[in-house]
Ligand binder design. Structure first.
Ligand code: GLN
Length: 533
């Protein structure tokens, strides 16, 4: 097994996860089997309980693990399907160590960061190694070198390299090369210092990925090479990309990142076959049509809160030879000023998942606007619940209808707590999570788009469609066309008498790839195109 560990220096939000994922693409397209994972030094057991303000989107895996959004990049950039083993946090590490201590596994010993915590981290890498048939494991370490909480991880990796052999482990360090406008110069000092910090810990990077706003010349490479003790060609520029993030593998390939890594690890492979990838990038960057799609949410100002949704729209756009112009609309603004002002000129409306009651009425207004004006509507998770509440209120005369999440005493709980949720007291990892099967009615629009009547999608919710209202809804024109195999859980509602009105309880955005746009997103963008004014 070969290992690549990706660390970050200077600042966060460098695109370290993207660089790691892009390297995954390149190695996979050289014919290697690649497994990607992330170690996060924070103390939460998983990011499931964190607000999007803290952490961006929570990405859900097949097995129900709630993980860091970088795992979304990994699944979109490589063909791997990841599992809960692939996102380790300090919270999990300490939880395991303390459980072992209570059991008596360390009887007699003082339990310490070194060796007990570091052993636990190394053990995870060995466990993953034993359970995969991959040729290479790429592990990204969250945070920035120098963070106190990251130290046990770096120490574990230092030890790990000695255990499995220097020739099997490469370290890639992503840093920022800031541009000082007044001096008109790129500065290498922060990178030098961050590499010095790593070397103090006993890790010498083999490759430095240099994120910069301006091209990096040979002089900078030479300087970094000298101060950081690496070959000049292993100083790899990663200059801001204007077109699409999917260009990252192509840019890094131009800088020979994959060649350098393969040489370093003694991996004999052919050049990567990037034809399909180049085609995708070309389709994303040079589309024929443009369409405006409104995403109505409450975390609209955050770049990362609906990451997978935005990516899925890009994939579906490419599949329709269309640039999707996402118009981010704050549901609070609709609440304050009405839907008309914000949804004017928008060809389709998407309401993503969410929690908590802020902005809910604005979302309901947006769904109503879509339904009444024949604007294509795609509801995802909370977006499905919103569509249901809206329909109950305005098409079934259940004026006070609501979800019990937002109004526990509503007389018409059209969305209510899942039976299994009624006993739940712990908030962590306790939703209905992961991949579950859904059966579709044959004549539904969804079944036509999927080309199947049995599908598997990932879930993350506590509340469900209340089937006591099903026949009332169906008479008024909203059909439940997808359910769990036993029929008990509502999964998809549609309005057949509408150009495109599909709302799903699951999260299709976690399975869309640039190489395979999700069928519902693809159909949605096609409907948006038809509705262009
Ligand atoms: N808050 C809703 C629920 O828990 C929707 C969840 C979501 O959109 N992910 O069911």
């Amino acid at each position: 097994m070969k290992y690549i560990f990706v660390t970050g220096g200077v600042v966060s939000s460098l695109g370290k996860g993207l660089a790691a994922a892009a390297l995954g693409t390149l190695l996979e397209r050289r014919g290697l089997k690649v497994l990607m994972q992330k170690f996060d030094p924070y103390l939460n057991v998983d990011p499931g309980t964190m607000s999007p303000f803290q952490h961006g989107e929570v990405y859900v895996l097949d097995d129900g693990a709630e993980t860091d959004l970088d795992l979304g990049h990994y699944e979109r950039f490589t063909s791997g399907r990841l599992s809960q083993l692939n996102n380790l946090t300090s919270g999990q590490v300490y939880e395991n160590v303390i459980k072992k201590e209570r059991k008596g596994d360390y009887l007699g010993a003082t339990v310490q960061v070194i060796p007990h915590v570091t052993d636990e981290i190394k053990q995870r890498i060995y466990n993953v190694t034993n359970q995969t048939d991959a040729d290479i494991i790429i592990t990204e370490i969250g945070g920035t070198t120098g963070d106190i909480e990251g130290l046990p991880f770096l120490e574990a990796l230092r030890q790990f390299k000695d255990e499995v052999g220097h020739e099997n482990v490469a370290f890639m360090h992503a840093t920022l090369i800031p541009y000082i406008k007044a001096a008109e110069e790129l500065k290498t000092k922060p990178t030098q210092q961050s590499v010095a910090k790593l070397r103090e810990i006993g890790i010498a990077p083999d490759v430095i990925i240099c994120r910069a706003e301006h091209p990096i010349d040979n002089e900078i490479k030479r300087k970094l090479s000298m101060f950081c003790n690496i070959r000049p060609e292993a100083v790899v520029p990663f200059v801001d990309i204007k077109g699409t993030i999917y260009e990252a593998p192509l840019k890094l390939h131009e800088e020979k990142l994959d060649t350098i890594i393969c040489e370093r690890l003694g991996l004999a492979t052919n050049e990567p076959d990037l034809l399909e990838w180049r085609n995708i990038v070309d389709r994303i960057v040079n589309p024929t049509h443009t369409v405006k799609i409104g995403v109505v949410g409450k975390y609209i100002d955050l770049q990362d809160a609906y990451k997978s949704i935005y990516e899925s729209l890009t994939h579906a756009g490419a599949a329709n030879d269309t640039k999707v112009d996402v118009v981010r609309i704050d549901s609070g603004d609709i609440e304050a000023e009405g839907a008309g002002k914000y949804l004017e000129g928008i060809s389709a409306i998407l309401i993503p998942g969410g929690f908590g009651d802020r902005g809910i009425e604005g979302k309901i207004d947006a769904a109503r606007h879509a339904r009444e004006n024949n604007v294509p509507y795609f509801g995802i998770c909370l977006g499905m619940q919103i569509a249901t509440i809206e329909f109950a209120r305005h098409a079934c005369e259940l004026e006070l209808a609501h979800s019990t999440e937002f109004d526990p005493s509503t007389p018409h709980p059209v969305i209510c707590l899942l039976e299994e949720q009624k006993e739940v007291t712990n908030m962590g990892a306790s939703m209905r999570l992961g991949t579950w099967e859904t059966r579709l009615s044959e004549e539904s629009r969804s079944a036509k788009l999927y080309g199947a009547t049995t599908i598997n999608e990932r879930h993350r919710h506590r509340y469900e469609f209340n089937q006591n209202y099903r026949s009332q809804f169906e008479k008024a024109g909203l059909r439940l066309v997808g359910t769990s195999p036993d029929g008990t859980l509502g999964e998809i509602v549609e309005i057949p008498d509408h150009p495109f009105f599909i709302a799903v309880q699951f999260h299709p955005e976690f399975q869309s790839k640039p190489t395979a746009a999700h069928p519902l997103f693809k159909g949605f963008v096609a409907a948006a195109l038809e509705n262009r004014s």
